[in-house]
Structures are given as C-alpha cells and as structure tokens.
Write a protein that binds this ligand. Structure first.
Ligand code: ATP
Ligand code: MG
Length: 339
C-alpha cells in the first residue's frame, strides 16, 4: 500500500536500560534532532520503559534512567514543544496494540530475531517472554501512531522489517488498508558504532564493560582515556575508504569522527590519511569532548529539576494519547471487539 495516504510522521524510541552512549547519540539522538528541525515530519520520540524491563532493571535505577534519558533527549536538541516527548508506560495504547500484534506475528518470525538470540545468549530457556515478544511491542510503538518513517541504528533493521510484516499481515487478514508500511531511516556514517574493545560488537549501554563505550555523561578525561585505550591495529590510517575494509576498529573511529563533524568517511580520510593512531585518537577525543560536554552539562542541569522533567513527560503523554486513543479504538473495531 502506498504510504501517501498517511501523514508524514516519525516515531522512534530509546530504552532507559542504562546511561546513553555515543552509539545512541550518533545513531539515534543526533538524527532525531535533525528530523525534528528539518520540519518535514511530525516527530514523536519515546523513552521505551516497557522495553527496558524485558531485561531485569532495578526499579529506582529505572526511574532515574528514564528521567536522565528525558534530559538527554532535550539536551541533544529535542524540543518538547516541537516534538512529542514522553515515556511509553504513560501511554497504555502501546501495550494494548502490542497484544493484538502478538496474535498477528508468527512464532517463526520472532524465532529469527537476532537481537533476542544475542540478548538471551546461551540461557534462552531463562529469558523473559517479554524479551522474545519485544519486536511486536516495537511494532505497536510505531504503528499506534501510523508512523511512516522510523530513524534507528542499523541493529534495529530486522525489527523494522518485522514491523512491516505485521502491518501487512494485519491489513491482509482483516481486509483493510489501516496500518502504513513504515520506512526505516538508517542513514549517515554512524548507524552502527562499534564497541571500543571489540570491533565486531556493537557499542551498547547494557554491555558489561564500561571501557567498551563512551557514555554521554563521561567527563573529558574519561573520554580521552577510553579513546586512547580503544583497540586498534598498528598501521597508519589509509587515505581511501577501501583501505578500511579489513580494519573494523579503524573504520569505527573514522565513522565516529565523520558523524560528529557531519563529513563522509571519504572526506575524513582525505584529511587524516597517513596519520598514526597516536595522532588521530587525540584529535577524535578533542572533537568528541567539544560535542558531548555541552550536552552532558545541560543534562545535569536539567536533572536538578525532576519535577519539571515529570511535567514534560506527562504533557507529552497527553499529546501522544490524542493520536493513540482513536487508532486503538479503530483497531479494536476492525478486530471485532464490542465497545
Ligand atoms: P541496550 O544495550 O539496552 O539494547 P542500546 O545501547 O542498544 O541499549 P537501545 O535503547 O536499544 O540502546 O537503542 C536506541 C537506539 O539507538 C536505536 O535506534 C538503536 O538502533 C540505536 N543504537 C543503539 N546502539 C547503537 C550503536 N552502537 N550505533 C548506532 N546506533 C545505535
Ligand atoms: Mg539495543
């Protein structure tokens, strides 16, 4: 179905499953802000707390992480007037639509999801049912807004394909054109920021090693130290992108530099090709600190007034529900629930 029938609308979310990382900033927040400011879309951004609890979260820490994440959104440039900014559990239609989608998604589809396999690890029998059903809640997050575009990092590509499959199967099974076939927006140099310790693993806020990631709240010395210790190879940087093919750690650092400076990796290599890491890493640290430290100081300023953050969240939830209530009501009607 053509999405032209739907108003251009962006939805995306971040889990309050820990502190924000550089991967979240470059792969998500920075791009969320651009889409908000370009003004081509209505933009809706969410702290997905119901997703976070698919893995155990200490309740007090979860509350703190949710508020800190809200501060992170705002400090990164999300304006709660321009965008709708809220936490998922305050908008019950997400979970209600997810139940419907649990009846649409097939076991075989969810069994193929690599995020479940990665997160459940060797102990699959002991993973929560919620972790397995995560993608159908994510489909509900998106489709309860009839969102047409979803900016995410590369790791979420498979879940977005599943979202499209769920929308298509629902439309087909009920003979309607009700849910849009959402477009993933996975663009830019840093759609997959890798761990600083292992160039084959994505940087994650839930990784056990703090040295694997740069946290948005790390101070300048910590950022410089983590980058200095980041795993690399002994060779100088190449002048062409082709020279990064077999060098995942080098490619990662170049991609990070490119994303921060709004350049392409080609442009970065044209400037830094031939340099040793001993020279490039401090340049990258300086760039990272200059971009991240204003954000982290704004985050700590915002965190001093939690009442204000809670007000922003509840106002955001009210605005969100103006969209979600009618869409859920229509869904229930299509499915055959007596109202
Ligand atoms: P967790 O480890 O708990 O899953 P996370 O760091 O993966 O946390 P999420 O909340 O799952 O963060 O993801 C929020 C957004 O950030 C998603 O759009 C995701 O694709 C993006 N993202 C997460 N990690 C990276 C990364 N390393 N590089 C680029 N984008 C990322
Ligand atoms: Mg994740």
């Amino acid at each position: 179905m053509a999405n032209t029938a739907f108003q251009p609308r962006v939805f995306s979310g971040i889990q309050p499953s820990g502190g924000l990382t550089l991967g979240n900033y470059l792969g998500a927040l920075k791009r969320f802000t651009t889409m908000q400011d370009e003004g081509n879309f209505e933009t809706i951004y969410c702290m997905v707390d119901l997703h976070a609890i698919t893995v155990w979260q200490d309740p007090e820490t979860l509350k703190r992480n949710t508020r800190e994440l809200c501060a992170g959104f705002i400090a990164s440039g999300i304006d709660p007037e321009k965008s709708i900014l809220f936490n998922q559990s305050q908008v019950p239609e997400h979970a209600q639509l997810a139940w419907i989608f649990n009846t649409v998604a097939r076991m075989g589809w969810l069994n193929r999801m690599t995020q479940f396999k990665d997160k459940a690890g060797k102990n699959r029998e002991n993973a929560s049912v919620g972790l397995f059903a995560y993608p159908s809640l994510m489909a509900a997050d998106i489709l309860i807004y009839h969102a047409t575009h979803v900016p995410v990092g590369d790791d979420q590509k498979q879940h977005l394909e599943l979202t499209r499959d769920i929308a298509a199967k629902f439309n087909h099974d009920y003979g309607v054109d009700f849910f849009p076939i959402t477009e993933p927006v996975i663009e830019g140099a840093a759609t997959r920021v890798m761990s600083l310790r292992d160039g084959s693993k994505k940087m994650s806020k839930s990784d056990a090693s703090d040295m694997s990631r740069i946290n948005m709240t790390d101070d300048a010395d910590t950022i410089a130290a983590k980058l200095r210790k980041a795993r690399t190879d002994p060779d100088a940087l190449p002048s062409e992108v082709a020279g990064l093919a077999e060098r995942p750690e080098a490619r990662n650092l170049i991609n990070i530099y490119a994303a921060f400076s709004d350049m392409t990796p080609e442009q970065v290599l044209a400037e830094v090709g031939g340099k040793q890491f001993s020279e490039f890493k401090p340049m990258l640290a300086e760039l990272a600190v200059s971009k991240l430290s204003p954000i982290s100081s704004e985050m700590s300023r915002l965190m001093q007034d939690q009442g204000e953050i809670d007000k922003i969240l509840s106002r955001g939830a009210e605005r969100a529900r103006e969209i979600t209530e009618p869409i859920l009501a229509k869904t229930y009607d299509i499915v055959g629930m007596v109202r």
